[in-house]
Design a protein. Structure first.
Length: 197
């Protein structure tokens, strides 16, 4: 038997996780062109850990939604208001991800390689940050860590963001090679993960 707080947090997690996952899946499928992308360009030292941590995060969330007792060993003691506050972060994320995916359109890939028909996107959230999808990992990681009250998911999400941060160097080198001075000017006026002041 689980406490009412655990049950409430699981409901709130479902209300954040499933819409966020659906938005990402819908837009990624919509952007699929059948084009073969060379994922090895990001390097195996990033390719494998990023995918392992991403899959681990999704599996942990799924396990916790079905059977929280399986992850009880990594639970931390948080007050009810602290756990429930994760829902607010998650709600913001749903709108953010919709805006991000709507803005990038068919240009989205799961790697550092650009598509043949790739366009430089500088509208929507890309007007303020160059990598808003990665920026969204911060509130997502916060939301799931608070709702689950779990140090392990917090560590996985932090590790994933760090690896993606490292990967952006290669991603931006590819974007400079593709768009040249247009991307360099974009970099001068737009922050990587947070808006420039």
């Amino acid at each position: 038997m689980f406490s009412d707080l655990d049950d409430l947090c699981r409901l709130l997690m479902a209300l954040v996780f499933f819409p966020t996952a659906a938005i990402g899946l819908f837009h990624r499928l919509k952007a699929e062109t059948g084009e073969k992308l060379d994922r090895k360009q990001e390097g195996m030292a990033l390719l494998i850990p990023i995918r392992v941590l991403g899959l681990s995060a999704f599996l942990m969330i799924g396990v916790w939604l079905v059977s929280p007792s399986m992850l009880r060993w990594a639970q931390i003691d948080l007050p009810a208001w602290g756990r429930i506050s994760g829902f607010g972060s998650g709600l913001l994320l749903i709108g953010w991800y919709w805006w991000v995916f709507h803005g990038i359109g068919r240009n989205i890939t799961d790697t550092v390689v650009t598509r043949k028909e790739h366009e430089l996107v500088t509208h929507g959230p890309y007007r303020w940050v160059r990598h808003p999808l990665y920026t969204g990992l911060i509130p997502f990681g916060l939301a799931v860590a608070l709702l689950m009250a779990n140090w392990l998911i917090a560590a996985v999400m932090a590790g994933l963001f760090i690896l993606l941060r490292i990967r952006t160097d290669k991603e931006e080198a590819n974007l400079i090679a593709r768009f040249g001075d247009s991307y360099r000017r974009y970099m001068e006026t737009t922050g990587r993960f947070l808006p420039k002041l």
